[in-house]
Design a binder for this molecule. Structure first.
Ligand SMILES: Cc1cc2nc3c(=O)[nH]c(=O)nc-3n(C[C@H](O)[C@H](O)[C@H](O)COP(=O)(O)OP(=O)(O)OC[C@H]3O[C@@H](n4cnc5c(N)ncnc54)[C@H](O)[C@@H]3O)c2cc1C
Length: 350
């Protein structure tokens, strides 16, 4: 079993973590990733004025102990999310927003210095870029005697004794063909397993200065009334780059980018005054338009539904195929912590 070739599908946090841990145990591992970019639902953009803006995973807190231990082990610094000053809560569009202060006694959120992508970069450095094949979208997994044959979209075949998928389970069963078919119960379960944040829209607006802080606003907003639903100050740890960043109402994917951008800036002007108009860059990411994350559900599936289900704990195709990824974790499924927990769970079986 030692030095057996293992194929991991997906170079998101769980695939990379798994490869890192399996290599440490002496296994030969190759990661097949469909995108040219590595990181999956972790993507940090750097603005022209130096703000690092998260289009995917951003924050974590003290209960995310596996993630914190990993960051500390890699000596990747993290910092407390800025929340000082007046925050807003909008309940209805026709009444002024309520103002409040986020109490220091509330559990703090943390962000990685330099952006969440720093963790991805460190894992890639440890694994070796030569062990990650990008632009390699897997289309078929076939059982052949005592090994599995994995075929990509160009028809190139890879073989391994063990294959570990880190795709969100719903995406896996909807986009990869299996020979023989996976058992019906697991197909049905996967079709009803929610992909965390799959329907979300992230936005970020970069500014030359944190004018909201200068006016004693925290930059935080919670709204049920406008296009921005949740927002935080997104300035860098060393206060050299400045941005506001958060989530837009997921239903606005039907609008054009220009329409969303206009509504976002108008909302920011309403909250913070005319200075909000003088932005440097606007960025957004519509995750439901990312076919390597989101696949439309056949029926209504609620947030976190079936995440961490026990049926994901046992392998398939005669113990050769493992279904992993953050959504399968028994703790904090859907989150970065879940991606690490899921990876550790698989590696403990090898
Ligand atoms: C907008 C947003 C905000 C978030 N915010 C937070 C947060 O603040 N805190 C937090 O803890 N978590 C957050 N998350 C969740 C976090 O990003 C995920 O839990 C984690 O990154 C999932 O990692 P993963 O490796 O399990 O899956 P993914 O990152 O989805 O990795 C799967 C990989 O598989 C690849 N792939 C797909 N199909 C194929 C194929 N056929 N062949 C080969 N490769 C394929 C994909 O390209 C991808 O790289 C957020 C997610 C999003 C989208």
């Amino acid at each position: 079993m030692n030095n057996a070739k293992i194929i991991i599908i997906g170079a998101g946090l769980s695939g990379l973590m798994m490869a890192y841990l399996l290599q440490k145990k002496g296994f030969e591992v190759i990661i097949l990733e469909a995108e040219s970019r590595i990181g999956g639902r972790i993507e940090t953009l750097t603005g022209s004025n130096g703000a690092t803006m998260e289009m995917g995973a951003t924050c974590f807190s003290k209960p995310h102990q596996n993630l914190i231990a990993l960051l500390e082990g890699f000596k990747i610094p993290y910092f407390k999310q800025h929340t000082q000053g007046i925050s807003f809560f909008e309940t209805m569009s026709f009444v002024p927003p309520q103002k409040f202060e986020i109490s220091d006694s509330e559990e703090s959120s943390f962000r990685i210095v330099g952006g969440t992508a720093k963790l991805i970069e460190k894992l890639v450095e440890k694994i070796g870029i030569q062990n990650i094949k990008t632009d390699t979208k897997v289309t078929t997994i076939k059982e052949v005697d005592n090994y599995l044959e994995v075929t990509d979209y160009k028809g190139i075949k890879y073989t391994a004794e063990k294959v570990i998928s880190t795709l969100p389970p719903h995406l896996l069963v909807q986009t990869i063909k299996f020979e023989p078919n996976l058992p019906d119960y697991i197909q049905q379960l996967a079709k009803k397993t929610h992909t965390w944040m799959g329907e979300s829209i992230k936005f970020a607006v970069e500014y030359a200065s944190p004018f909201w802080r200068e006016n004693n606003y925290s930059g935080a907003l919670y709204s049920q009334a406008s296009i921005i639903q949740e927002m935080y100050d997104h300035s860098t740890a060393d206060n050299s780059g400045f941005a506001l960043k958060g989530f837009l109402n997921g239903g606005t994917y039907t609008m054009s980018k220009d329409e969303r951008q206009e509504k976002v800036i108008l909302q920011l002007i309403k909250l913070f005054g005319n200075e909000a108009e003088n932005y440097i860059e606007y960025h957004e990411k519509i995750w439901r338009e990312e076919p390597l994350t989101f696949f439309p559900y056949e029926q209504l599936v609620m947030g976190h539904e079936n995440n961490g289900h026990t049926d994901y704990k046992t392998p398939f195709l005669n113990n050769k195929l493992y279904i992993s990824g953050s959504e399968t974790a028994s703790q904090n499924p859907g989150y970065m912590e879940g991606a690490i927990v899921a990876a550790k769970n698989i590696v403990s079986q090898f």
